[in-house]
Write a protein that binds this ligand. Structure first.
Ligand code: AMP
Length: 387
């Protein structure tokens, strides 16, 4: 039996899970948060119960991983980690599927750091830390861009001079592991819809939408970076490039200042002046919080129309991500002016978070499917060892 460790390394966090080859239920899951400052390590067992942990001196990903390994050891029941699967944000033009990380692959992935400077270096730190901890275990990289790699040219390019397309300035799209999982679940639970035209709305702290036709991504709201498309917790979403030029020329902001603003201070947080957390905004009665939600909903509705247009229609709409899975209020708002797309919500099903939340009469089936990016990584890693 193979034991897989999955790692998702962010700038100051490390999410992890351990799976065995005979089950899709993790043996243990957890998260190290705030690496380098006030780190905390949270660990849950198979039944989702919290386990005790120690959190001294976690100032690097390497130290965080060492603590994770000693914390999970009692849960492994003598099993050793055979293979490690990593979430990597960018696979560039090279990778449309998971890949075993050799020195050459790692070098290639490093050249993509300028394409995703806030994510890729941390993902690669996770790989280096895992290589040091498990020198004999294969490391498998699973890419957020891979699911979108075969977009038609019109959904892959920007209308800027052609040479930049050739240099890799393209619409890559992200959240691919989540879309891959939802596609697989659709094939299992709603095969007819899976063969049709589906829009998946991954609405979490990061948010994007994907048009999926016959199981393949044809368009994504995210483009060159994870900034484009929908407004997110702290990211701006779609923005006129002229705003960036204005901020540089007239306000004297540097590229670093603008990056900080667009990635960390915009989106729901920037609009509400209150929080990036949808629960806080829903509970607030401030006008700004309401306007932030209104903007979020409106941009989802606009993109929904665009995604359906990209496929010549829509047969299914799936909500996932922290907001999509848990907020009946946002799902209801998104669907309130979409009758023209054949969408009709059953409010009691929606309030009960049922899997299908549309009415029997709705021409488009609307579903809520909890996503599971870790499981996609674990399955991909298992395939490398199981043949
Ligand atoms: P994620 O990044 O997928 O973990 O999603 C995080 C987002 O989901 C945050 O904005 C949370 O406020 C939001 N969220 C989680 N649970 C709820 C809920 N019950 N109602 C509204 N938003 C929620």
């Amino acid at each position: 039996m193979t034991t897989v460790l999955t790692l998702n390394a962010g700038s100051s966090s490390l999410k992890f899970a351990v799976y065995t080859s005979d089950s899709d239920q993790p043996l243990v899951t957890g998260l190290v948060d705030r690496i380098g400052t006030n780190a905390t390590l949270k660990l849950k067992d198979q039944r989702g119960f919290d386990l005790p942990t120690k959190t001294d001196g976690l100032s690097t990903h390497q130290e965080a991983l060492t603590s994770v390994l000693s914390a999970i050891e009692p849960e492994l029941d003598g099993k050793t980690i055979d293979i490690v699967g990593h979430r990597v944000v960018h696979g560039g033009l090279w990778y449309d599927a998971p890949v075993m990380v050799t020195d050459e692959v790692l070098e290639r992935l490093t050249t993509l750091e300028p394409f995703a400077p806030l994510h890729q270096p941390h993902n690669l730190s996770g790989i280096k830390a895992a290589k040091a901890a498990f020198p004999n275990a294969p490391q498998i990289a699973c890419f957020d861009t891979a699911f979108h790699r075969h977009h038609p040219y019109v959904n892959d390019t920007f209308a800027i001079p052609r040479a930049y397309y050739d240099k890799g300035v393209r619409r890559y799209g992200f959240h691919g592991l989540s879309y891959d999982y939802i596609s697989g679940e659709l094939r299992r639970i709603a095969p007819t819809i899976a063969q049709g035209r589906v829009v998946v709305a991954h609405l979490g702290n990061g948010a994007s939408m994907c048009a999926i036709q016959d199981g393949k991504s044809v368009a994504s709201t995210m483009g060159f970076s994870a900034l484009d498309g929908l407004p997110m917790g702290t990211r701006c979403g779609q923005l006129d490039a002229g705003v960036v030029l204005y901020l540089m020329d007239q306000e004297g902001l540097s590229a670093a200042d603008i990056s900080d603003m667009l990635y960390k201070k915009s989106g729901l947080l920037g609009l509400s002046d209150l929080s990036n957390d949808m629960r806080t905004l829903e509970a607030s009665d401030s006008i700004e919080a309401r306007q932030a939600i209104d903007y979020f909903v409106f941009r989802i509705q606009r993109e929904l129309g665009g995604m359906a247009a990209a496929m010549g229609g829509i047969d299914g709409l799936v909500f996932c991500g922290g907001i999509g899975e848990n907020s009946a209020f946002i799902r209801d708002r998104v669907c309130e002016r979409t009758a023209w797309m054949g969408i009709e919500i059953d409010h009691s099903r929606n309030d009960a978070h049922e899997q299908v939340i549309s009415t029997e009469m709705s021409r488009t089936t609307v579903m809520v499917i909890p996503t599971n990016e870790e499981l996609v990584i674990a399955r991909a890693a298992r395939e490398f060892t199981d043949g």
